[in-house]
Design a binder for this molecule. Structure first.
Ligand code: ARG
Length: 571
């Protein structure tokens, strides 16, 4: 697509002496008020260089460039050169690209040949997969999709919390109070209840703790019976997680979690020792990080067992050796900020310059309207229940509104689950937020249903227009002078920016940049829809407007796709 900023910089460089085209490009602004032009060039910085007053410079430049065909007009106002693009030429550029590229509109290859690991979701085995986990899952999925669309060679990892001393407790509890069928019927709820019972019983009988430690040691040594039980817990839990992933349409390339690194731990501990990073403290091995204002990192306990952080160090080393990543991204709650600062610092101290390529992408807390979640107080909202309820409530709304759809269950699923996902991706990820049903399922406002509905509305316009007219609109023979009104231009400007917005989202690891942009597109589309009659008698005008509808529909669909959300044709 024509890059107008570049093009303008080139024109200006013919009219300005003493600055490179790149310098000029970085100085070109987009005025916040479109009355001041589509682009503006401030001349203050040139005064010294050219020994002339800025308004004079602006006037000279204006005279030199105003004749170019890309402009409708060029004005000089004080020290600024204000440039107005030719509407027809601009609309033609934006709409043609969005129509022709279709599902690939916004795609690029800027990431070609660069491996990016995206680690997300990573729930703990035998622990609830709750509304708190939705954040990592949905944000990570979107970041993966954004990087993938930009041509990066992505690899998705679910770093399952499937290892640690708690499995010793779980096995002991299962042997004492467990029932196989209950675990099969409802693995996570059942296993969790054993775990809770263990914590109650251990108060009266501390020897349970010793028993659990002994069992975990056996598990670590590969004792057949313990390993088989642990494997079974893991499989049953995964089945339950996978039900949720299926509903969300989310997949992974690897489920290598903490346990995968258990046999890689001795080498890591040895390397830390060899590099003189370990210190003994009350029988435990630590890395002192006080010089960096961080608390010490506990690498091995006094009994020799390793910890969460040791496994993260091992995982990072393994990933570098196995995938040679360009970037290794971790979408993990901000509560773990310290943990990530510690181990990434340790990687750096080990002498690996790629420590800087390991990036923790934190996000804020979700709370419920009735308070923060607490597993211990039974205030936990299972993600699966949330999704089911969203689908159920959406179905009710669809019935109440008398929405015309062929398959009500299919639509309710797309919209209900889409609404929950969209809600997650609407705010800057770092913000804490309160989960609210009424907000999530609103069909107006800046919600998922609103954007999906706008997509379905565009699809409906195209159906009503008939195949012949749509085919003509999709061909190159469109008279763009027919769509130069304000509402058309506003919409076209947003379509034009879509590819840049995706790059911006990738640089900031921030899917909400895409979310907000497609809300803007949907709003601009609806304004155009209400202000302009689309299916007019004038054939040329109708076809041009349909081209704009196709372009907007493609943009919304691709934008939703980057969020992991489906775009319904009818709703
Ligand atoms: N399993 C952890 C939890 O639920 C999250 C794991 C995050 N990833 C990591 N590499 N430490 O809190």
């Amino acid at each position: 697509m024509v890059d107008y900023r570049k093009k303008i910089a080139q024109l200006l460089s013919g009219a300005v002496e003493g600055l490179t085209t790149e310098e000029i490009e970085s100085m070109v602004e987009i005025p916040s008020d479109s009355k001041m032009g589509d682009y503006a060039f401030p001349c203050f910085r040139l005064a010294k260089l050219l020994r002339k007053a800025p308004p004079m410079i602006a006037k000279d430049i204006e005279e030199k460039i105003r004749g170019d065909a890309i402009f409708e007009k060029v004005e000089n106002v004080n020290a600024y050169v204000n440039m107005f693009l030719s509407r027809k030429e601009f609309v033609s550029t934006a709409v043609t690209e969005a129509v022709e590229k279709g599902d690939d509109f916004g795609r690029s290859d800027i990431g070609a040949g660069k491996k990016v690991i995206v680690e997300y979701s990573s729930p703990n085995i035998a622990k609830p997969f709750h509304i708190g986990h939705i954040r990592s899952t949905v944000i990570g999925n979107s970041i993966y999709k954004i990087y993938d669309f930009l041509g990066y060679d992505t690899f998705r990892i679910n770093h399952l919390g499937d290892y640690g001393t708690q499995f010793g407790k779980m096995i002991v509890a299962y042997r004492k109070w467990g029932n196989k069928q209950d675990v099969i019927d409802s693995p996570i709820k059942t296993l969790l209840s054993y775990y809770t019972k263990f914590h109650v019983e251990v108060e009266n009988d501390p020897s349970l703790d010793d028993e659990a430690r002994a069992v975990f040691a056996k598990l670590e040594q590969g004792s057949e019976e313990e390993v088989a039980l642990w494997k079974w817990f893991r499989e049953e839990s995964l089945k339950e997680f996978n039900r949720v992933y299926d509903m969300l349409g989310i997949t992974f390339d690897s489920y290598n979690g903490e346990s995968f690194y258990s046999d890689k731990m001795p080498a890591v501990v040895q390397e830390l020792k060899d590099k003189n990073l370990l210190q003994e403290s009350q029988g435990a091995q630590i890395v002192d990080l006080s010089e960096y204002d961080l608390s010490p990192a506990l690498i091995t306990k006094s009994d020799g067992s390793t910890l969460y952080i040791t496994r993260d160090i091992a995982a990072a080393l393994y990933r570098k050796n196995t995938y040679n990543f360009h970037k290794n991204l971790y979408i993990v709650a901000s509560q773990q900020n310290l943990h990530f600062q510690q181990w990434i610092k340790i990687i750096e101290l080990m002498g690996y310059d790629w420590a800087k390529d390991c990036v923790h992408i934190p996000f804020g807390l979700v709370s419920l309207e009735e308070g923060t979640m607490s597993t211990r107080h039974g205030r936990v909202v299972f993600l699966e229940d949330v999704l089911n309820r969203a689908v159920e409530q959406t179905k009710q709304v669809i019935i109440e509104k008398g929405v015309n759809t062929e398959n009500i269950d299919e639509t309710a699923k797309m919209v209900g689950i889409g609404a929950v996902m969209f809600n997650e991706l609407s705010n800057s990820r770092i913000k804490d937020y309160v989960f609210s049903w009424s907000k999530v399922l609103n069909f107006e406002g800046e919600t998922g249903p609103y954007v999906q509905y706008t997509h379905a509305r565009a699809a409906s316009v195209l159906r009503n227009a008939g195949e012949a007219a749509v085919a003509k609109a999709a061909s190159a023979k469109v008279d763009f002078s027919k769509i130069c009104t304000d509402s058309c231009i506003e919409l076209a400007k947003l379509l034009y920016r879509f590819p840049e917005v995706i790059v911006e989202a990738s640089e900031k690891y921030e899917p909400s940049v895409v979310t907000r942009h497609i809300v803007d597109v949907a709003q601009a589309f609806n304004k155009f829809y209400h202000e302009e009659h689309i299916l007019v008698d004038d054939e040329e005008e109708k076809v041009a407007k349909l081209a704009l509808v196709i372009a907007a529909k493609n943009t919304i669909k691709n934008g939703l796709g980057l969020l992991g959300i489906k775009a319904p044709e009818r709703m």
